[in-house]
Design a protein around this ligand. Structure first.
Ligand code: FES
Ligand SMILES: [Fe+2]
Length: 427
């Protein structure tokens, strides 16, 4: 493992063993609401969902809902999804297009910029209606590479400052040019941080995800630790895990990669460790094929799987051709539950996205038991994680377990919790 500390002067070598109340305790959840969710930039959704004037979506975030829309002046703006008459939820649809927002209760109506425009029987308000004051409450909203972020803070630092060097690291991938092909949410019975932890280390991969040894090399990963609690990971792909015997023939996963690039897997019998370089070279030769401009990527990026975690709750796992946006959201009132979103984005050739009439997939929402029963899947790997995480949460709630004990491979877990501890003093 290579570790790069970016804008972070001290490598956290100290073994940490933070306690478990942060996964179970209502008071901690309350502190987290104030110190984390009200202060951080939060990934609310995709710019592609607010492409046209009046497009909107609702971002459900713990006890708050944020309505994000494209205003008449063509900017993307978030508002608290709350009518300013008597507090009714203003918009109940998950997504849509509107010319204005009309409350179902007494029909107060706001334009796309959130301005209160219509108050039925306005003359019956003896004190009048100060429309300016009673317009929708805005939240800070910024866009980065196809993603809409919101902040509930009064004066957040600019989003790009918050993300820091991550922005440059990921510039070649151009997530904004990718197309949403699947939208899933699983309701899980674990704290949202158990999901972040799970996607912050490779220690478990050899044991929980045996299939990974046929596609990635988890021994030679590169870890980045950034300011503000963000972390990054690069894992060599199109190869095998050298901790295990190297097979004579390319694995099924390598073979599929080779065939997808027009190469014959048989040519790599006895040369399995050369597949990665061949994949890189083939993509380099392909140039701007399949809607991906490979010229912008380094050789490693052409073959490798990267995963960047944006504090607090966004996990991006990606290659030049795809990105998974994984986002555990806290439950409004129970620290032992969360909602875990997975958005699948693909870089489709232009004719794939436009001319075949690609339409946005509906969000599929299901319980974690549907994963366990096999009725639903979020891919084999994530299913394995989800199945396991209920057991982790149960352990966190047990009086037989006080604190975690982390190794070097879990440095990103530690970095994430260090950032949390900077915001909330550990109890
Ligand atoms: S609460 Fe919305 S109009 Fe009354
Ligand atoms: Fe995993």
């Amino acid at each position: 493992m290579t570790i790069e500390i970016i804008n972070h002067t001290t490598r956290p070598t100290k073994i940490r063993n933070y306690g478990t109340s942060r996964y179970t305790d209502l008071n901690y959840m309350e502190s987290e609401w104030d110190a984390v969710w009200r202060k951080s930039w939060l990934l609310a959704g995709l710019v592609s969902d607010v492409k046209n004037t009046g497009d909107y979506f609702v971002f459900d975030m713990g006890r708050e809902q944020i309505l994000v829309t494209r205003t008449a002046s063509d900017s993307v703006q978030g508002f608290y999804n709350v009518c300013q008459h008597r507090g009714n939820r203003l918009v109940s649809n998950e997504r849509g297009n509107a010319t204005n927002f009309r409350c179902a209760y007494h029909a107060w109506t706001y334009d796309l910029d959130g301005a209160l425009k219509i108050v039925p029987y306005e003359e019956r308000f003896a004190a009048g209606v100060p429309c300016e004051e009673r317009s929708l409450k805005k939240v800070h909203t910024e866009v980065w590479d196809g993603f809409v972020f919101v902040s509930l803070a009064a004066e957040p630092e600019p989003l790009l400052d918050y993300l820091g060097p991550v922005v440059d690291h990921l510039a070649a991938y151009r997530f904004a040019d990718m197309t949403l092909t699947e939208d899933q949410t699983v309701h899980h019975r674990c704290n949202w941080k158990a999901v972040v932890d799970n996607f912050s280390e490779l220690y478990h991969v050899d044991f929980l995800h045996p299939q990974h040894r046929r596609m990635v090399d988890c021994c030679n990963d590169t870890v980045h630790l950034f300011e503000n609690g963000h972390t990054g990971l690069a894992v060599p792909g199109a190869t095998v895990n050298p901790r295990f015997p190297v097979p004579d023939e390319p694995t099924d996963i390598q073979s599929a990669q080779l065939q997808g690039l027009g190469l014959n897997p048989d040519d790599f019998n006895g040369r399995v460790l050369e597949v990665r370089a061949a994949v890189q070279q083939r993509k380099r030769e392909a140039g701007a094929a399949n809607g991906v401009d490979y010229a912008e990527f380094s050789d490693d990026q052409l073959s490798d799987v990267w995963q960047y975690n944006l504090f607090p709750n966004v996990i991006l796992s990606f290659t030049p051709e795809h990105c998974w946006v994984l986002r555990p959201r806290p439950h409004p009132s129970d620290p032992q539950q969360c909602y875990f979103d997975k958005l699948t984005l693909l870089k489709l050739a232009p004719e794939g996205a436009e001319h075949t009439g690609h339409s946005r997939p509906e969000r599929d929402v299901f319980d974690h038991l549907a994963i366990i029963s096999g009725e639903k899947t979020m891919t084999d790997t994530i299913d394995q994680d989800i199945e396991l995480l209920g057991g982790v949460q149960a352990g966190m709630a047990s009086q037989g377990f006080d604190s975690v004990w982390l190794n070097d491979d879990e440095m990103r877990v530690q970095h994430f919790h260090d950032a949390l501890d900077d915001l909330i003093a550990p109890k």
